[in-house]
Ligand binder design. Sequence first.
Ligand code: NOJ
Length: 545
Amino acid sequence: MSTADDSRWWRSAVIYQIYPRSFADGDGDGIGDLAGIRERLAYLSGLGVDALWLSPWYPSPMADAGYDVADHRDIDPVFGTLAEAEQLIAEAHRQGLRIIVDLVPNHCSDAHPWFQAALADPDAPERELFWFHPGRGPDGGRQPTDWVSPFGGGTWTRTTNPDGTPGDWYLHLFAPQQPDFNWDHPRVRAEFEEIIRFWLDRGVDGIRIDSAAMLAKDPTLPEVTPDGPHPFVDVDAVHGIYRSWRRIADGYPGGRALIGEVWLPDRQRFANYLRPDELHTAFNFDFLGCAWTAPALRACVDATLAAHAPVGAPATWVLSNHDVTRHVTRYGRADTTFSFAARREGIPTDLELGTRRARAAVLLSLVLPGAAYVYQGEELGLWEVEDIPHELRQDPMFLRSGGVDPGRDGCRVPLPWSGDAPPFGFSPEGATAPPWLPQPADWKDRTARAQAGDPHSMLELYRTAIALRRAEAALGDGDLTWLPAPEGVLALRRDPGLTCLVNLSGTAVPLPPHAGLLLASGPLDDDRLPPDTAVWVRSTPDDPR
Ligand code: NOJ
């Protein structure tokens, strides 16, 4: 467990992700803000987490919910002011909570002054800070490459010259409102080094790096081929950027962590980002997307630990975030894996089953060696909201797919805090606007108020598990030992003396010999562990387990 002076806190921390728009609304406009977060710091420290990661809070036209940043050194007025952000950092620190800000270096907003200058004048020096390129074909009317955006569609948009004629194209791996920076340019590098210092100087403890594997591009702009090196994902030159950032972070006291959003299928390439002179940790998306079966989870844990060991970095365990279908919903489906490509509306879901599995899953993720993430609302057992009216959806993934992909709004619905009806305490009494996305009426049993003090609730399970994790020397950083177990059951030991069993089979199994039950994710069947249930027990001293 981390302490205030522990500069290696990031190796074992429980990190809570705040999605500011949807956490708590302090000023009554239906959109979450810094005032709302500051009012709930006591809730977060009571939950027992070590750090808060805040999704972007910067000035933004919100074409991608703030991942289109117009000014990296300020706060969007919808969320508050820079002074309030500084107060939030100080107040969080006083409550023992570290703060991680979200840095978006791959691209900015089309409202960013550099991009505006580049658009206004084809000869402007700012042009070089982005990827402007002539189109193909005699009239330049075909985009420079056929690259496909993770948001669907192409990755280039054509500009118009000041005289009204069609001009060059610019690159945007995501939405057209998110032009990509040219990381080959020293001014881009210098600017981001200053931005990092700006936030570290304000006392933040960590930086989450958005789309961290995409910054460097092959400047010859080749097409994507099945076998060749990828032109914009995991291009080797990206590592030089992180080496320079690590030198900056290491120059500050207290252990300032760099955390990469690195989605890569190749675990070896993934681990390269975690070499001792690069990032401290990265999100484990393999675990997030893994099927709810014992062999798949065990293989994922083993492969994760094996990939991290040679670089000496701690693993992370992530079940949900603001980009993926909430895991109560995923685990209630026939196919429990996650992939963006498979996301569709109307997949049959058993929420009771999903909730049971989600309870077991948090015991598994908190027992594994390394750091763990909690996405706001998972501690309340929230499910994906699937019936948001199409006209209210805002996610560019929904809009750009023509509605084929339901997008990410369903995991971003404002949190229910109290009361029997929307807005469930998300906004203060007398609010002038409803929550920016509608909350389901049947969240009345899932409010924080309804669950507090109920020993059977998801919230109390999280509080108890996180408190135990703090108290147990065995948990957090370290190693694990797998124990023999019946088919479909995961059994592992953390030393000294804590054993975890997760039953993913269809039948109840006996508990191992133990010296005391520490925590169960659901009711036991006498001394047997029912399906989709997990338990932490004190290992017996004389038992080899
Ligand atoms: C990853 C972020 O998590 C996601 O929300 C965003 O849309 C893309 N990067 C683009 O910034």
